[in-house]
Design a protein around this ligand. Structure first.
Ligand code: DHK
Length: 158
C-alpha cells in the first residue's frame, strides 16, 4: 500500500498565478498539484491535494487525517502544509497538528525570512519535521521527497 500524503493549502493559495506574481510566481495551484501527483507516483506515494480559505476547515482536515478513518484510525501518513497567512497566526492549526501527531512538512512558496517581520514567526514550525521556504512550487515536490524518506520503513528520520 502506498503511503498517503495530505497536501494542505491555506488562504489565498488558490489565487496563485494571479496573486503578486513577483513574490509567489506565475505557476497556478493546479499546475503545482499536477507536478505533485507525478512526483508522488514516482516516489510511490498517494497524494491528495486540498485548499481552503477557512481556518476551521483546515483544522477539520488535519483532525480527519489523524482520526477520521474506521475506528478512529488515521487516514493519512503525513501532512505537507502551506497554511498561508494562518502560519503566522493560527494557534488552532498548531494545536490540531499537535493532536494529530503525524509527520508534518511545512512549505512556503516565498522565502518568508526575506520578507516582513510578521512572516518570520510560524506556529507550524514548532510541530513540523522541517520547513521548505523560497523555492516556489518546487518546494512541494521537495516536501514529498522528504516525506517519502521519512516514511520509509528503514528510512532515517534525517
Ligand atoms: C503564503 C502566504 O499566503 C503568506 O501569507 C505567507 C506563504 C507566505 C508562501 O510563501 O507560500 O506569509
Amino acid at each position: 500500500m502506498p503511503k498517503k500524503i495530505l497536501v494542505l493549502n491555506g488562504p489565498n493559495i488558490n489565487l496563485l498565478g494571479k496573486r503578486e506574481p513577483s513574490i509567489y510566481g506565475r505557476e497556478t495551484l493546479a499546475s503545482i498539484e499536477s507536478a505533485c501527483r507525478k512526483r508522488g507516483t514516482a516516489l510511490g506515494l498517494a497524494v491528495e491535494f486540498r485548499q481552503s480559505n477557512l481556518e476551521g476547515e483546515l483544522v477539520g482536515w488535519i483532525q480527519d487525517a489523524a482520526y477520521g478513518g474506521p475506528k478512529g484510525k488515521q487516514t493519512f501518513d503525513a501532512i505537507v502544509l502551506n497554511a498561508g497567512a494562518y502560519t503566522h497566526t493560527s494557534i488552532a492549526i498548531m494545536d490540531a497538528l499537535k493532536a494529530a501527531a503525524l509527520p508534518v512538512i511545512e512549505v512556503h512558496l516565498s522565502n518568508v525570512h526575506k520578507r516582513e517581520k510578521f512572516r518570520h514567526r510560524s506556529y507550524v514550525s514548532p510541530v513540523a519535521e522541517g520547513v521548505i521556504s523560497g523555492f516556489g512550487g518546487h518546494g512541494y515536490e521537495l516536501a514529498l521527497e522528504a516525506a517519502a524518506r521519512r516514511l520509509k520503513p528503514s528510512g532515517r528520520r534525517r
